[in-house]
Design a protein around this ligand. Structure first.
Ligand code: LLP
Length: 426
């Protein structure tokens, strides 16, 4: 996070508060959110996209306090389940600033979205169009919808592939004509208000040319819709997926550069298709919250294995960060509770779970004198760590502490053994 430095004693401080104090007060493991960092990333995106709507993708991490921060910063919010919608509303996000995603929204979820009046629903299948149309008719309301288009662009971290067909569960296929049919069905039925098209091409993307191909394809569809029905859709959402630096090897684009490139391609494509430029929106999740958080762990054991590698076991693991095991993701780690003049030692930071794949950081140089009782920080854990956390091995999920101006407050309390037992009814 932006407000992390080392104090005179060599220990990390965040927004002026030492990590040893945080650990003493809240225990470990704990997710530590640098609140000003998160807010500054919202502001960076808003400065870069002043005329666009920025929907924070709540799936990256959501709790009431973060909803409040996002709302205070004037952002919009993307939710993709009834649970996320409930948190968004509980956190005070105005419903008209909420966008509702998902490839299998239930009748109950759609009903709630209509009843609270979310700003837009991103429809993902013909069944959903029919379901939502029926619900809207019953209620005499006219919800605003976007059509999620599968544009045949698959973005990976450092590359993208553009194909004619994309075999995946989300959205309406562009190549197969489903996207055009969906738009025409919504327009012809006239019950839902079709505001525009939506495309999301992947996550942790560095190569922005994927966005360019996707914008081009989706605007070509926009022109087809105009040609077929004489309607120019006023909005376009290009999704999220902007990459962040997990290690020093990653070099993400600044929001400002992203904005410039996206706008340029949209403008030139609209000119080519003789379309008025639609109102743009984007949905960054990881880029807002990912870098603003680090996980603070305590070291329990240090084990040299046959001189090959040193395993540093911490008091959490794959239950609070599944991304290394699931995606082979790269993280870094640093000795947080003190400085050290010891030489570097190649370490693997592992968790406490009953699984050898329970790795938090695959390879990291830690000081050779790292020992039980030391605190280790793993940065960049704001996105898809707490939100994907589990209770594997009946390990309670850690809490989240927000730090600002030298003060820490708990915004998600850590789970207890009582919480784990609370659901057992037999
Ligand atoms: N919009 C839509 C429609 C999405 O599906 C997603 C992410 C986003 C926005 C936000 O993407 P972001 O800016 O955060 O990359 N669990 C995976 C990531 C899954 C992303 C799913 N959709 C991970 O840990 O890397």
């Amino acid at each position: 996070p932006r407000n992390v430095t080392r104090g005179a004693d060599g220990a990390l401080t965040v927004a002026g508060l030492g990590v040893r104090d945080i650990a003493a007060e809240f225990g470990t493991p704990v997710y530590v959110l640098d609140e000003d960092d998160l807010r500054s990333r919202c502001r960076d995106f808003q400065a870069a996209f002043p005329d666009e709507d920025i929907y924070y993708a709540g799936k990256a991490f959501l709790c009431r306090a973060v909803v409040r921060m996002i709302a205070e910063e004037g952002m919009f919010l993307d939710v993709c389940s009834g649970g996320e919608l409930a948190v968004a509303l509980a956190g005070g996000m105005p419903p008209e600033r909420i966008g509702f995603h998902g490839n299998n929204k239930s009748v109950a979820e759609l009903t709630r979205a209509l009843d609270v009046g979310v700003g837009r629903i991103i429809v993902d299948s013909f069944h959903e169009i029919d379901r939502l149309t029926a619900l809207a008719r019953e209620r005499g309301v006219r919800p605003r919808v976007l059509i999620r288009v599968t544009v045949g662009v698959e973005a990976h971290t450092h590359e993208f592939i553009a194909t004619a067909h994309e075999d995946q569960k989300f959205g309406f296929s562009l190549a197969g004509g489903a996207a055009l049919s969906a738009a025409l069905r919504v327009l012809d039925e006239g019950v839902l208000e079709l505001r525009g098209l939506h495309s999301h091409i992947g996550s942790q993307i560095f190569d922005t040319s994927g966005f360019e191909v996707s914008a081009r394809r989706v605007l070509a569809l926009q022109a087809q819709i105009r040609d077929a029905r004489g309607v120019e859709l006023p909005e376009l959402d290009l999704g999220g997926g902007f990459g962040i630096a997990y290690t020093s090897q990653d070099d993400p684009a600044a929001p400002h550069d992203l904005a410039k490139r996206l706008r340029k391609i949209v403008d030139s494509e609209c000119a080519a298709e003789r379309l008025a430029t639609p109102h743009l929106s984007i949905e960054p999740g990881r880029a807002i919250v990912g870098p603003a958080v680090f996980t603070l762990y305590e070291v329990g054991t240090v084990k040299d294995v046959d001189g090959i590698r040193t395993y540093v076991s911490v008091d959490g693991g794959m239950s609070d960060n599944i991304r290394t095991a699931l995606y082979d993701a790269s993280y870094s780690a640093t000795l947080a509770s003190r400085g050290s003049v010891a030489g570097p030692m190649l370490a693997r930071v592992v968790g406490k779970h009953c699984e050898s794949g329970d790795i938090v950081v695959k390879d990291e140089f830690l000081p050779a004198d790292v020992q039980p009782g030391d605190l280790v920080a793993v940065p960049g854990t704001g996105a898809y760590c707490r939100s994907m956390a589990s209770n594997y091995n009946h390990v309670p999920r850690p809490g989240v502490v927000a730090v600002r101006n030298g003060r820490a407050r708990l915004i998600v309390r850590p789970e207890t053994e009582e919480d784990l037992l609370a659901l057992d009814v037999g």
